[in-house]
Design a protein around this ligand. Structure first.
Ligand code: DC
Length: 221
């Protein structure tokens, strides 16, 4: 099986690039962030705050996470319920970030991710795919873009959705999140030694998909 790891910070265009490339390759696109969001949703529903003052292992024992591909699109299930849309709220994002820093949560989701890669050709998007989940991935990319570019993209996206947002707040949020993600003790966000650094600054999404496909085709052939 062929596995391609795509790690990198939020807002670098990872998921759009991964979806586009997976479609061209006929691979499954696995969004591992959705798994952390699904676990986070359960903690939210149990009424916990992001401080997570609780017995994490005990809560994990009440959780069954499943991932299914319906018409090529990933759906995630929490104890049998399709929560693919419910995990996209800002609250679920915050809780996903909190639970993802907890070692038992990372251990809980590890085997599921590895199994997917053993059984399918995958393009897997996350933070620690190349470093922890699939250290023997066929190809590894670290997708990044400048903070300005990511803040601009996010700002435009939210304005288009009709939200009243402030550019400086978004910029500061991204900087803080980058710092937290890359300085956490467990599975910090960083490129593997053999990752290809893929900078999307200044590219349109289609330009990025085309550029990554050129590299993938070169390396796989
Ligand atoms: O990519 P995303 O925003 O959907 O990810 C949600 C959260 O999960 C984010 O805070 C980072 C974390 N995450 C992680 O720690 N490891 C992964 N492989 C994927 C996501």
């Amino acid at each position: 099986m062929i596995s391609i790891a795509l790690d990198g910070p939020a807002g670098a265009g990872k998921s759009t690039i991964a979806k586009g490339a997976a479609k061209e390759l006929g691979f499954i696109y696995v969004d591992t962030g959705a798994l952390y969001r699904t676990v986070g949703l359960k903690f939210l529903r149990e009424g916990y705050t992001t401080e997570l003052n609780c017995d994490i292992e005990a809560v994990l024992k009440t959780i069954e996470v499943d991932i299914k591909f319906i018409d090529g699109t990933q759906h995630v299930f929490l104890n049998g319920e399709d929560v693919s849309d419910l995990i996209r709220t800002p609250e679920a994002s915050m809780m996903a970030s909190a639970v993802s820093a907890k070692p038992p949560v990372r251990a809980f989701l590890l085997e599921m991710q590895r199994k997917l890669a053993r059984e399918n050709n995958v393009l897997m998007d996350g933070r620690d795919i190349a470093t922890v989940v699939l250290p023997n991935a066929t190809l590894k990319f670290f997708v990044t873009a400048s903070v300005e570019e990511r803040a601009n993209r996010r700002y435009k996206e939210l304005i288009e959705k009709g939200m009243d947002v402030n550019y400086d707040d978004i910029y500061n949020d991204i900087e803080t999140r980058d710092y937290n993600d890359s300085h956490r003790e467990i599975a910090p966000l960083k490129p593997a030694e053999d990752s290809i650094i893929f900078d999307t600054t200044g590219n349109t999404l289609q330009e990025s998909i085309d550029a990554i496909m050129t590299i993938i085709n070169e390396r796989l052939n």
